[in-house]
Design a protein around this ligand. Sequence first.
Ligand SMILES: CC(C)(COP(=O)(O)OP(=O)(O)OC[C@H]1O[C@@H](n2cnc3c(N)ncnc32)[C@H](O)[C@@H]1OP(=O)(O)O)[C@@H](O)C(=O)NCCC(=O)NCCS
Length: 292
Amino acid sequence: MMARETLPEVVVRIAAPQDAPVCGQICFEAFSAISTAHGFPCDFPGSEATTGLLSRLFSSPGLYCVVAESGGRIVGSNVLDERSVIQGVGPITIDPSAQNLGVGRRLMQAVMDRANERGAAGIRLAQAGFHNRSLALYASLGFDVREPLSCMQGRTHERSLPGCHVRPAKPGDAEACNVLSRRVHGYDRGVDLEQAIEQGTARVVERDGRITGYTTHLAFFGHSTAETNVDLQSLIVSAESFAGAGILVPSRNHVLFRWCLTNGLRVVQPLTLMSTGLYSDPSGAWLPSVLF
Ligand SMILES: CC(C)(COP(=O)(O)OP(=O)(O)OC[C@H]1O[C@@H](n2cnc3c(N)ncnc32)[C@H](O)[C@@H]1OP(=O)(O)O)[C@@H](O)C(=O)NCCC(=O)NCCS
């Protein structure tokens, strides 16, 4: 058997904002290579987008960001969202010339160690459904397959639903949204929501005078939680388009998924939600972000 190629010693360290241009280039090339190889569109339009994303992430409080260096050059990066008791991983990307040599495993282990040391109840991620290597890597690290997801894009034919009033979320709505999240998922994502309200992307839906659903953003990087599919649908129809690659619809929610198709949304690509640690089946309607 041929010996596996090796890299000079790999060192993992905390990412600094000035690492963003190199990591952003790697992130774009890694996603673009794997998507192109399978005939899917890249999740990001270009390296400016990934560099912009990583410079924001590398300087955001509540995120633990790491890079791997080998022979004095950066070969990959990873991000852990620590803003909730359930923590999310991604984006993780390795320079295509250094893939399949154990760097991804090191960068996953680094964020898993960090989450475990700090008492996270669980860790989650969304994995590109066509990517054998990431599926195998995460499964071997202890992540279980939880939900098939369909990334969907477009603009719904219906533009509002009777009885549902959708409006921008205000700081005073946060507690009702957090209570709803705890009821549906068993935990809340209050910090995430608070930041989304500040940024102006969060919306709530009201039915019979009370909040029955919220979204931090109808987007690849946003999550939504609601009492019923109708509440979630009313949030979805309120968007002119979905930011980034699209929204992530749990494909096993067959009523919602078929409604999205009937409403003209198109499937962009499959993803898989995976988790390690605490997981309970949500008791409500929901759209995860590309983290969870
Ligand atoms: C996914 C990614 C982060 C993994 O990093 P990597 O450094 O290439 O992966 P590693 O070498 O650490 O680990 C890959 C593991 O999968 C295994 N593997 C690869 N292909 C496999 C297959 N088809 N079936 C089973 N196992 C497979 C390898 O043997 C290795 O396992 P080992 O550590 O037990 O030997 C990296 O390939 C990447 O950046 N891909 C493009 C971007 C991307 O998809 N990011 C993830 C988004 S969810």
